[in-house]
Structures are given as structure tokens and as C-alpha cells.
Design a protein around this ligand. Structure first.
Ligand code: NAD
Ligand code: DAU
Length: 351
């Protein structure tokens, strides 16, 4: 991993990943962050590394074939880590189309550019030979498996059965990645991860939304009975898992990544209220999300036994640090909510 293209690096997980790589990987000589800067992309997340000589930001759309090809022509990437996506389930219910174009067509555009750039005999349609050491990693989600009942865990062989437009678009993208591996012999991997938490998560998602509302003494909207279960994983553990797959993953393989940490939404909300010394009377049950998946939980066995990765954060430590981060960075939340980060971008880059 010498020259890395990260897509969606201005978002929550992507920006944590860029920090993680620049801090921990001496082998990475160049890292390009391609991000459209949608409402979810925020260059403030990367302000502390923007002058790192190994790092370059390019504003662009993964669906723009010409732009994506131009980036590959300029930089001889050996690694692609594809985070860029529309990522919020509730938004996908309101406006599904952009989820299909960004998450499916955007993925295919990237795969085509990588294939054209990496193939050793571009004119030979039967050739499956690629430059040595290249790898494409698709960052997917456990939501592609659909919902679990009270028992059981998602394994890599659980049938894909997505329930929301978001998860359907991610499952569609996974199928395209898989097909490029099988048909063209591309060295691809897919990681399917559970719910991440940590610094810089946009406050439309459960944990930062509840922290933000509680701090402002606003009601905490809990969908339905609040007994839906998610398997929470610290974002830094997710970044380490992605590196483990890039370093040691078998081409063509899927790896599930989970936190071994199942919690109901109500448990999470109560924990946030306790940590901030706010009353439970702020909890308000609202109409449930349509098609709401009841439970997600990951079986980590494949990645732990074959690649030696495992989560190191305990939830107590991770959530305490996360709440602290939001307390210390209240202006960050105000900026992303107000769109102030767009002004920051214009000031920094002049467009
Ligand atoms: P996010 O919404 O915080 O960030 C997405 C980023 O992608 C933003 O910076 C946005 O500007 C960028 N983007 C969107 N459309 C783009 C386009 N057309 N071209 C270029 N950039 C574009 O998302 P996140 O929570 O950081 O998730 C990152 C990835 O991880 C996604 O693929 C998501 O499906 C997956 N994932 C997320 C979680 C989670 O809990 N957040 C869990 C499992 C998997
Ligand atoms: O499982 C991985 C997925 O986790 C990722 O693929 C998605 O990108 C990410 O957004 C996340 O999806 P969820 O739908 O699980 O996350 P969200 O934070 O939106 O919701 C978590 C749970 O909390 C879910 O059961 C819905 C509930 N919820 C959420 C919000 C925003 C509420 O009860 N009230 C809320 O206001």
C-alpha cells in the first residue's frame, strides 16, 4: 500500500481512516481523498493534516467518469478504499434515487477506472493479469443481510436480503464488485461492518444526534419501542480492520467486521442521558422508521481467525471518549449543521 485513493474521505469513517493511515503507516507515500463534499462531507475533519505532504484533497464526484479517469491517470494508485456513499437510511426512504446513482453507479465507475488502469494487457479481454500488489476494497455494511430475529449472527454466507433503499443500493454495489472479481479477475475485497461510532459522525445518526439534542435539552426521538438492536463498533477498530484486509485479505473474499457489542437503542439513549446528567423525560417515542430492521449482529470469526484482527475498544471506553469529543467540539456540530464548512472550503481552496 504505497499510493492510496480514498473516496469519501471527508465523511465520518473516511476522515478517521485517513488520520489512522497517516498516523500508523510509513509505507503509504501518497494518499488522495476524492470527495464530492455533499452535506455529509466536511473538510474541517481533516484540517490538522491538510498540509501533510503525503495528503491531497480532490473535490469530485465518483459518478463522473472523466474526472475519475483523470485522477487515475495523474496518480499511479495501487490501492482503492471506497467509502463514498449516501449513508443514511432515513434519507434513503425520502429520496432513494441518489442512493442508487451514488452507491451503485459510482462504485461501477471506480471499478472501471481501476480496471483500466491496473490491467496489464488492456486490449486482451480474456487477460486477468493486473499490476502486482493492487487492491480494491469496497466498504460495505451488515445492513445488506437484512434483519435478524432475537438470536443468530450474520456470517459472510448469510443470504443478502436488504430492506431499505440504502441497504439495497449497498447490496447492489457489492454484487457489482463481486462480479468484477469473478468476470475480470480483479483483486477485490468487500468488508461488511456493523454500526460505527466515534468522533466526527454527522449528527443525523443515532449517537451524535442524541448527544446534541440532550446538550440542548431538546427531545430525544426514539423510533417505535426503541428495542431495536445494533452491534456498535468503534470507528478506529473499523479502520484497523480495513488495513488488516488490505494487508492480508485473500482477493475475492468478503470479511464481516463487528464490535461484539449489541445494545438496544433505548440502552444507548439512556447511557447518553446519564453521561450528560440529563433527565430521561427527554426521551420521546416517535413513529417507527418504515421497514425498520429489528436487530443486527456480526459474527467476526473469519476476520479474527484468518487475519488476526479484533476490536480493542471496550464500549465503556469508546462511548466515554466519543461523548467527550462532542462536548469538546460543539462548534464542529454547529458548523456541519449550518453548512459553515462550505465557507471553510471556499476560504481554504478558493472555489
Ligand atoms: P458519511 O455519510 O459520513 O460520509 C460519506 C462521504 O461520501 C461524505 O464525505 C460525502 O461527501 C461523500 N460522497 C457522497 N457522495 C459522493 C459522490 N457522489 N462522490 C464523491 N464523494 C461522495 O458516511 P460514513 O458513515 O462515513 O460511511 C462511509 C462508508 O461506510 C459508506 O460506504 C457506508 O455505507 C459504510 N458504512 C458505514 C457505517 C456507519 O455506521 N456509519 C457502517 C457500515 C458501513
Ligand atoms: O449497520 C451499519 C449501518 O449503520 C450503516 O450501513 C449506515 O450507514 C449507518 O447509518 C447505520 O445505520 P442505522 O440505520 O443502524 O443507523 P442510525 O444511526 O440511523 O440508527 C441507529 C438506530 O437508531 C436505528 O435502529 C434507528 C434508531 N434511531 C435513529 C435515529 C436517527 C432512532 O430511534 N431515532 C433517531 O432519531
Amino acid at each position: 500500500m504505497k499510493t492510496v485513493l480514498v473516496t469519501g474521505g471527508a465523511g465520518f469513517i473516511g476522515s478517521n481512516f485517513i488520520h489512522y493511515v497517516l498516523q500508523t503507516r510509513d509505507d503509504v507515500q501518497k494518499l488522495v481523498n476524492l470527495d464530492l463534499l455533499t452535506y455529509a462531507g466536511n473538510l474541517e475533519n481533516l484540517a490538522d493534516i491538510e498540509n501533510d505532504p503525503r495528503y491531497t484533497f480532490v473535490q469530485g464526484d465518483i459518478r463522473d467518469r472523466t474526472a475519475v479517469k483523470a485522477i487515475f491517470d495523474r496518480c499511479d494508485f495501487d490501492t482503492v478504499v471506497h467509502f463514498a456513499a449516501e449513508s443514511h437510511v432515513d434519507r434513503s426512504i425520502e429520496e432513494p434515487e441518489v442512493f442508487l446513482t451514488t452507491n451503485v453507479v459510482g462504485t461501477q465507475t471506480l471499478l472501471d477506472a481501476a480496471r483500466d488502469h491496473w490491467k496489464l494487457a488492456p486490449e486482451d479481454k480474456y487477460s486477468r493479469a493486473y499490476k502486482p500488489g493492487v487492491r480494491y476494497l469496497q466498504v460495505s455494511t451488515d445492513e445488506v443481510y437484512g434483519a435478524l430475529g432475537k438470536t443468530g449472527l450474520f456470517t459472510e454466507t448469510t443470504p443478502v436480503s436488504p430492506n431499505s433503499p440504502y441497504s439495497a443500493s449497498k447490496a447492489g454495489a457489492d454484487m457489482v464488485v463481486r462480479a468484477y472479481g469473478v468476470t475480470y479477475g480483479m483483486p477485490v475485497n468487500i468488508t461488511r461492518c456493523s454500526n460505527n461510532y466515534g468522533p466526527c459522525q454527522f449528527p443525523e445518526k443515532l449517537i451524535p444526534l442524541m448527544i446534541h439534542n440532550a446538550l440542548d435539552d431538546k427531545v430525544l426521538p426514539v423510533y417505535g419501542d426503541g428495542m431495536q438492536v445494533r452491534d456498535w463498533l468503534h470507528v478506529k477498530d473499523h479502520c484497523a480492520a480495513i488495513c488488516a484486509v488490505l494487508d492480508r485479505g485473500e482477493p475475492g473474499e468478503i470479511y464481516n467486521v463487528g464490535g461484539n457489542n449489541e445494545r438496544s437503542n433505548l440502552e444507548i439513549v439512556r447511557l447518553v442521558l446519564r453521561a450528560l446528567d440529563k433527565p430521561e423525560s427527554l426521551i420521546t417515542h416517535v413513529k417507527d422508521r418504515p421497514g425498520h430492521d429489528r436487530r443486527y449482529a456480526i459474527n467476526n470469526e473469519k476476520i479474527t481467525t484468518t487475519l488476526g484482527w479484533q476490536p480493542v475498544y471496550t464500549f465503556d471506553q469508546g462511548i466515554a471518549e466519543t461523548i467527550r469529543w462532542y462536548l469538546d467540539n460543539r462548534s464542529w456540530v454547529e458548523h456541519v449543521i449550518s453548512g459553515e464548512y462550505q465557507n471553510y472550503y471556499k476560504k481554504m481552496y478558493g472555489t
